[in-house]
Each structure stands twice: as structure tokens, then as C-alpha cells.
Design a protein around this ligand. Structure first.
Ligand code: FES
Length: 89
């Protein structure tokens, strides 16, 4: 089955259960450590947060709160997720 990531006027289908990192990168979202510490990849989840894997230990450690997630830490289990990035202008 395929899941869908939407970002502004773009959407990309990925396999259920895949990391969203690569697709987010193709949307122009920047990454740093890729390990849940630097917060470069922080995104806002507008819709479908329940379709992502739960917060990682590192997201909990930095006390990230919904609707924020770290794109390097999330897999999309199924369905649709709609994301945005605040500082991408
Ligand atoms: S790239 Fe550093 S927290 Fe995601």
C-alpha cells in the first residue's frame, strides 16, 4: 500500500511504513544531524499526525510538542500526512 505526503502544492506517494526524510528533502526541507538533535528538520504537521510513528526518544528528550515533529525521526505508517515548514521562504 502507498501513503501520501503533502507539502504545499506538492504531494508524493511513498510505501507504507517508510521514513519521510527523503521526500521531505525533495520538498526542499533541510536536514542536519539526521538523528533527532539539531532540530533543523522541524516540521509542522497540519493533518494526519496519527498516521506517523509516535515521537522518538530524541523528540521526547528535546520536549518537542505537537504539531511539531522532526522529519528525520518519523515514518509514515499509512494514509495521508500534510506538513509545512515555518521558516522556508
Ligand atoms: S536533522 Fe537534526 S533533528 Fe532532524
Amino acid at each position: 500500500m502507498m501513503a501520501k505526503i503533502k507539502f504545499r502544492n506538492q504531494d508524493v506517494d511513498i510505501e507504507d511504513g517508510s521514513f519521510i526524510q527523503e521526500t521531505c528533502q525533495s520538498f526542499g526541507i533541510d536536514f542536519g544531524c539526521r538523528n533527532g538533535f539539531c532540530r533543523t528538520c522541524e516540521i509542522t504537521v497540519i493533518e494526519g499526525s496519527e498516521n506517523l510513528t509516535p515521537q522518538s526518544e530524541n523528540e521526547e528528550f528535546i520536549r518537542l510538542r505537537p504539531p511539531k515533529r522532526l522529519a528525520c525521526q518519523c515514518k509514515l505508517l499509512h494514509g495521508i500526512v500534510v506538513i509545512d515548514k515555518e521558516d522556508l521562504y
